[in-house]
Design a protein around this ligand. Structure first.
Ligand SMILES: Nc1ncnc2c1ncn2[C@@H]1O[C@H](COP(=O)(O)OP(=O)(O)OP(=O)(O)O)[C@@H](O)[C@H]1O
Ligand SMILES: [Mg+2]
Length: 480
């Protein structure tokens, strides 16, 4: 599906809306149907039943008065008869108007028998009024035949009407149960469709976002591979192609950085090394014997070029570390020999300054995963700083001990200590604490910054503290 996020959401909402509408329309339709049936029961069947009862009543009254009249021959009784006759005929018309076709046919039958009955009685009345002898029994028998037929029809009509009403109510109940089942089914199906649809839409959005998230982590960890393939939704496809572009750019930048370090190392180190070599040769008298003054100047040039080489090396190291391009080669190694090597290297300076340098290395030091050359660099700087900043005849102590599965190395001196406010900032690059004349020392202010980078890259920690009496201690911890 290549629809945009917006279209997907709108489509989803439309489907949900349509399903809800369908359920509602069905429910409303069914309710309307029930209403119609109920209304027909109330309006038609009940009314017909009512009229039928009235018809039967008025017909029975007619018969009663007709009988009384034939015996008593009283005109008042005849008028009563006429009153009920009027009622009956009126009710018959009314019933006919609301009856359905089946009832109407039966009512026609009633009308016909009723008419016969009326005709007979009319003839009988003529004879009664004329005071003639007539076959009364025969009339009575004939009238009874038709009146019984009328009453029987009315009775049947009522029974059928009741049965019909009962059937309708029963149908209504069945239809209600059926509608209930269908409504539950439709609702369940709609719910399932809505759930599936929501899942599909949400998944189609979260899946590519998950891919982007993974890619972001990859980029953060320094892998810039432009291999993101997201085809939909279009918004995220565009985002993915921007990611790929970003990866390409980062790759180019990475390469530029690497090229920069390579060319800088070459461009800066080569001439400096030539100067150093040249000065060394001149001092060795290769160009002829030099005067004392020339030797003094050449010595200064040699020292300064050494300092410059050290500065360039430190600068390049730090830049590489900050750019995350320093390669470490970790191996299991013991710290003891490294400490001894760093101490050995500095012995000439220690002796020249008359400093007492002690080491206290614990017997059972666990071996640590480290880059030997880099950790040696840290040790050289810490011990170098301690010796550099400790005045003549002072003391420096290098100690190593195991703490749980970690190794702690500390370099303690009897120098001036670090100003309290600089304890943290001395690990920043180019930070050189205030120096008073007595301890003025050369340096670039990069040593501790480099040391911190190296220790952090080993998963360790480094810090400095002062001692109340005298001097400071620089400590680092390496995990095994
Ligand atoms: N043992 C110490 N006693 C007193 N101050 C110290 C000691 N070690 C470091 N410092 C202070 O911290 C500053 C930074 O030290 P860092 O090693 O980074 O630079 P540096 O020694 O001056 O130069 P580099 O090490 O690059 O030759 C020093 O200039 C100094 O002021
Ligand atoms: Mg230093």
């Amino acid at each position: 599906m290549r629809l945009s996020l917006f279209s997907r959401l709108v489509l989803g909402y439309l489907v949900v809306f349509a399903l809800v509408m369908a359920v509602s329309i069905y429910a409303v339709g069914e309710l309307r149907r029930f209403e119609d049936i109920t209304r027909s029961i109330l309006d038609r069947d009940n009314r017909v039943l009512d009229y039928e009862k009235k018809l039967a009543d008025s017909f029975l009254s007619q018969i009663r008065y007709e009988r009384k009249f034939t015996i008593a021959k009283d005109q008042a009784l005849y008028r009563e008869f006429l009153k009920f006759k009027g009622d009956f005929e009126h009710n018959l018309e009314e019933t006919r108007a609301v009856a359905d076709s089946k009832s109407a046919a039966m009512l026609d039958q009633v009308k016909e028998d009723y008419q016969r009955y009326q005709d007979l009685f009319a003839k009988e009345t003529v004879q009664i009024r004329a005071h003639l002898e007539y076959p009364q029994d025969w009339y009575n028998k004939e009238k009874s035949k038709f009146s019984d037929a009328v009453l029987a029809s009315l009775d049947r009509l009522q029974t059928e009407r009741q049965q019909e009403t009962f059937d309708k109510v029963k149908n209504l109940a069945d239809a209600g149960a059926q509608a209930h089942r269908v409504a539950v089914m439709i609702t369940l199906v709609a719910l399932v469709i809505i759930l599936v649809l929501s899942f599909v839409i949400t998944r189609s959005v979260t899946r590519p976002i998950g891919i982007l998230k993974k890619k972001t982590r990859e980029i953060a960890s320094g892998r810039f591979v432009a291999d993101l393939r997201v085809t939909s939704p279009p918004e995220i496809r565009e985002l993915a192609s921007s990611f790929n572009l970003m990866c390409q750019k980062l790759n180019e930048l990475d390469k530029m950085k690497a090229d920069f370090f390579a060319s800088m190392s070459h461009e800066l180190r080569t001439p400096l090394t030539s100067i150093k070599e040249g000065t060394g040769l001149l001092l060795d008298g290769v160009g002829g014997a030099a005067t004392d003054k020339q030797r003094k100047l050449l010595t200064i040039v040699a020292e300064e070029s050494n300092r410059l080489i050290a500065l360039v090396n430190s600068l390049l190291d730090l830049s590489k570390m900050e750019a995350g391009m320093m390669n470490y080669s970790f191996e299991e190694s013991s710290l003891g020999p490294l400490i001894n090597k760093a101490v050995m290297e500095i012995t000439p300076l220690v002796e020249a300054k008359g400093i007492r340098l002690e080491t206290e290395i614990a017997q059972e030091l666990p071996s640590v995963k480290l880059d030997r050359e880099r950790v040696l660099q840290v040790l050289r700087n810490l011990i170098g700083n301690a010796v550099k900043f400790t005045p003549k005849a002072g003391r420096v102590k290098v100690a190593a001990r195991a703490i749980h599965d970690k190794v702690e190395v500390s370099v303690r001196d009897t120098g001036p200590g670090v100003p309290e406010e600089s304890l943290k900032t001395i690990f920043d690059k180019f930070h050189q604490g205030s120096r008073d004349g007595a301890f003025s020392a050369n340096g670039t202010g990069l040593g501790l910054a480099i040391a911190k980078h190296i220790i952090i890259s080993h998963g360790g920690n480094i810090w400095a503290e002062n001692h109340p009496e005298q001097g400071s201690t620089f400590t680092f911890i390496l995990p095994s």
